[in-house]
Design a protein around this ligand. Sequence first.
Ligand SMILES: Cc1ncc(COP(=O)(O)O)c(C=O)c1O
Length: 396
Amino acid sequence: MSAPQITPARQMISAKAARFTESVIREMTRLAMKHGAVNLAQGFPDFPAPAEIKQAAADAIARDINQYAITWGAKPLRDAIAAKFARTQGIEVDPEREITVCCGSTEAMISAMLAVINPGDEVVVFEPYYENYGPDAILSGATPRFVKLRAPAWDFDRAELAAAFNANTKAIIVNTPNNPTGAIFRREHLEFIREMCLRWNALAITDEIYEHILYDGAEHISIARLDGMRERTITINGMSKTYSVTGWRVGWAIAPPEITGAIRKVHDFLTVGAAAPLQEAGAFALNMPDAYYTKMAADYRVRRDRTLAMLEEAGFRCFKPQGAYYIMTDISAFGFADDIAFTRHMIQEIGVAPVPGSSFYSNPADGAQQVRFCFCKTDATLDEAARRLKKLRAKL
Ligand SMILES: Cc1ncc(COP(=O)(O)O)c(C=O)c1O
């Protein structure tokens, strides 16, 4: 047998995969575990999920809901999503033609982008941004156009947003309540975004997974509610945060029928479907009474206020969130060269893990004096963090 021919050296990984790094947030969780640090980095609760929702999942498995669900989502869950959207936002959607259940809102977002983006398309992204949107843009082939949300209110400049739109703009990603800033987009913000979308014939892709985690009377408005937006909005949501089940991986995209058709195709070939018994439990969860959501928000408010007090006492300048369960902070008082050096110090010497601010910006320098903490944690976890933070000393 003759020796195999040596082919020329070749790039073994794709140019797309080479353009982004692994998730900094999830890396912080691994580092926190390695160093025994209190994990205030990745946004998942360390308290139990509601007993009745867990029971609904156990019952579904016992009832043998254990095979593939319909690829775009089990009917009881799609019906519950449509009913809840009508109940909370007054928007009627057809569960047969306008909803796709995915493996978390993470998959809903990338499926939506793969379904609508063509080469040359641009997507407007507010920054600081939830880190997945960067790789989502690269994987779908979109060119991101970043627009700053500026502290302390994390508001955008209208002229800057208007300048980011052009004939190539296919969509804008809107995340409200916002991770990492805790900002809420009020009606006037959404109205301006609507104007831009109509002027440039662009879509809004909205990530609303913190819709029920609101403080101080803030209201969540789905942009699909605004005149002319229902037909150009992809509304993304999921069970992870509202029901404290981030590991279940159940989310969804709500979009007009033609776009839903494309999302369903992409989703089917990416994952086939989300876990069938957990979708059944989702149908149960989405029918929880109003009191469930009120109590959850009230409990998070208590956690927010005590975490703000703890961080301020330790020397952080905090940006008070109006929604979601994160606090962005300014770390200039500690005199570190950047957020990476500070985070390393926090994890290894202080024993509390935040997320470096630079991971939320296209230009890392913009986040070099910021870190984000999450507070979706038990009293015991927050007490331990407070105890450890006493070792931290501001230098100014
Ligand atoms: C803004 C935002 N979107 C999406 C996700 C991920 O959601 P899921 O668990 O539904 O994939 C997160 C998780 O932290 C998030 O903060």
